[in-house]
Write a protein that binds this ligand. Structure first.
Ligand SMILES: [Zn+2]
Length: 422
């Protein structure tokens, strides 16, 4: 095998070029032109897709495997992102050369088919949890050594939600006016879910969580404020995981990714904090089927937790944004506006703070559009057009995001002009 591969590489080198990529470096990003096919000579590459504002890893490609093969289908843009997990050497083909080679080399053909089948399998089975790789450039989900800057970034919003103020009971836990929401998850929500056991990173208890079968989601529309709407299902009801033992509550995306010092703080302080606010016998849980009131509480619990561990400002922005959408669904307009105003404040702090440079260009683009639309919603259309225009004119902006920004920019500018004239 090693021999046949060596001669194959020799042959390949005639039709290809080499590229070395350092660990953590991006190979291609969303919206990049899909004009190359890659064979990994040595190394490890992660393939990521964005779903519902979150990025997840759907495949890991090793030495001797191929990726980027959609270029052979003459697809225009990349709909995924490839990132080197280790120092990697790539052999790069133009699609037409690859087609020629595949005809001459049955081995390659088999490689391609295997690689494609593997990818399809991974995409259909969202249950794969790849082991964490610490050198991953996706360090934004892992929060490394940012203690001081984190504090700076959230300082501005602190006075409003000061942890040091005496807690006066449950009324401080929810936004004032938070009501009773009797809605329960629809029966066919189960089709989109499966149960999984995970170990709580705080207290090590084995807990059951519901995970979403991403392959079954059908995106209906992406609203102007970037809210994705799915057919017959709302994944946001299942985004927050709870440990019923120690009360640890966090977004699925963060659940296994907080730092040791943060986990320690949660272990020693969080349960007490919650029981001080909600009563000594308070016990968080999800029913079967899940109740909307429990979903709301889960988001509020995680907000308390993220504030306790001084999580990055955009993470708190995300939680408030989801809350504003949930309120929107039950026509609680004022609460929705209040929650989205909090999201605006957190995203603003993040965007103009020092941590903004720690996320990928693609995520940064998306967050900027989100921030602009929140400005627009809260009657600051000029701030919105400024941000959108910057994004449209920045050569680094990804093509897909440029398009989204431009559409929204034109619409808001038109409205501003109409207002001026009328
Ligand atoms: Zn726990």
């Amino acid at each position: 095998m090693a021999n046949s591969q060596a001669s194959l590489y020799k042959l390949l080198s005639k039709h290809s070029s080499n590229q070395q990529v350092a660990a953590g470096e991006e190979i291609f990003n969303y919206g990049d032109a899909a004009d190359k096919v890659y064979l990994i000579h040595r190394g490890l590459v992660g393939i990521f897709i964005e779903e519902d504002g979150e990025e997840k890893e759907v495949d890991r490609v090793k030495s001797g495997q191929i990726f980027g093969e959609v270029a052979l289908l003459e697809q225009e843009d990349r709909s995924c992102r490839a990132l080197a997990h280790k120092d990697t050497v790539l052999i790069i083909f133009a699609p037409e050369d690859m087609r020629k080679l595949v005809q001459e080399q049955p081995f390659l053909n088999k490689q391609l088919v295997t690689s494609l089948c593997q990818r399809i399998k991974h995409l259909q089975n969202s249950a794969i949890d790849f082991p964490e790789i610490k050198i991953d450039a996706e360090a934004e989900e892992i929060d490394v050594e940012k203690d001081s800057t984190e504090e700076d970034a959230i300082e501005e919003v602190k006075p409003e939600q000061d942890d040091k103020e005496p807690v006066e009971g449950a009324t401080d836990f929810y936004l004032p006016g938070h009501g009773k929401y009797p809605q329960v998850a629809e029966a066919d929500f189960d089709n989109y879910l499966y149960t999984k056991e995970v170990q709580c990173p705080v207290c090590t208890a084995e807990i059951e969580v519901k995970k979403v079968r991403n392959s079954r989601l059908r995106l209906q529309e992406i609203r102007e404020d970037l809210r994705p709407v799915y057919k017959n299902f709302e994944p946001d009801w299942y985004k927050i995981w709870i440990c019923t033992e120690c009360f640890y509550t966090a977004r699925k995306a963060d659940f296994l990714n907080f730092e040791a010092r943060q986990l320690k703080k949660i272990k020693t302080e969080f349960k007490d904090k919650v029981q001080t606010m909600l009563g000594a016998d308070y016990q968080p849980s999800y029913s079967e089927p899940r109740k909307l009131s429990e979903v709301f509480t889960a988001y509020y619990l995680s907000i308390q937790l993220y504030r306790l561990i001084e999580a990055r400002a955009d993470k708190l922005g995300y939680l408030w944004l989801r809350l504003s959408w949930l309120y929107e669904d039950v026509e609680a307009e004022e609460l929705s506006a209040e929650a989205s105003f909090k999201a605006l404040k957190y995203f603003k702090n993040f965007h103009f703070g020092p941590d903004a440079s720690s996320i990928s260009t693609s995520q940064e683009n998306k967050l900027t559009i989100l921030l602009a639309m929140l400005y627009y919603k809260h009657d600051e259309p000029k701030e919105a057009v400024t941000l959108l225009s910057k994004l449209v004119h920045n050569p680094k902006t990804k093509r897909a995001h440029k398009k989204m920004a431009k559409e929204r920019f034109l619409k808001i500018r038109k409205e501003l002009r109409a207002k001026k004239e009328g």
